[in-house]
Design a protein around this ligand. Sequence first.
Ligand SMILES: [Zn+2]
Length: 313
Amino acid sequence: MSNPDDLGLRATRRELLAGALAGAAAFSLPRATYAADFHRVTHGAFDITVVSDGFITLPAEVLLPDATPEERQPILARLGGDATGAPVQANIPLIRHGNDLILIDNGSGMNFQPSAGKLAANLKTLDIEPEAITKVIFTHAHPDHSGATTTADGKLLYPNAQYFVSETEWNFWTDKDYETHMPSALHGFARGAQRDLFAVKDRLTLVKAGQEILPGMQVIETSGHTPGHISFELAGDGSLLITGDACTNDVIFFEHPGWHFGFDTDPETALKNRRMLLDRAASEKIKLLGYHWSYPGVGYAERRDSAYRFVKV
Ligand SMILES: [Zn+2]
């Protein structure tokens, strides 16, 4: 990948991204609180507790770049935001399976916004120390998903875990020449991903779509948000599909599956895979668990005209 244009980022989108990321840090109003109690789902051999990492606030231009001002306002209000942006939750599945205690993503740590990074504290209220985590499986390496990999002094926050990320995600972000290969809007993301992925490289397993990470947990291809973004399908009574940012918000992207999300690296691939995911989830009545959906982010996709509605369990 030698040409930034290969990333599918249009110039306007690149500029928007750079501005939006800088702007995101300025949002600090606690317009949503993180969940104090924990939703539990049992699915086949998997015992899942959805633990909150807190919430992040995203600018309106990132959440709704394709919406008109008239369309934006009521959606931002439904999300608990205002004209400038809205908070979205960060739902982290903690999965017990046999002797394993697994996290799907580890949240923001100190590396995104101070309203997030609450996972370790919330695990402690469940009497789970960081040392007890045996596997951390990344959907992708954005700072609100892998940002809690290391502590302020560079040590691993979950020191006994094995780590998993897709091979494509590793290859994309760990490019030594990212400054010439990627548009400048992605440089901050690349530095964050390199910080997190290099920190665990000796205990990292690279995975591919179709592979089983555990018996009954299969890697599902959902690229586009990042080049190696993956989701996970868990076998049980039917399927449970856990996703990160293949469908970043339950309100916006179920109801407007054709709208772009401002932080998608390859916007058209992201749209294609999001539609496939929602279409399959609705047709097969697959239970879904989404990272930035209203807590706990567990529910179904119900078809409504040419779009969907998120039906919470
Ligand atoms: Zn995210």
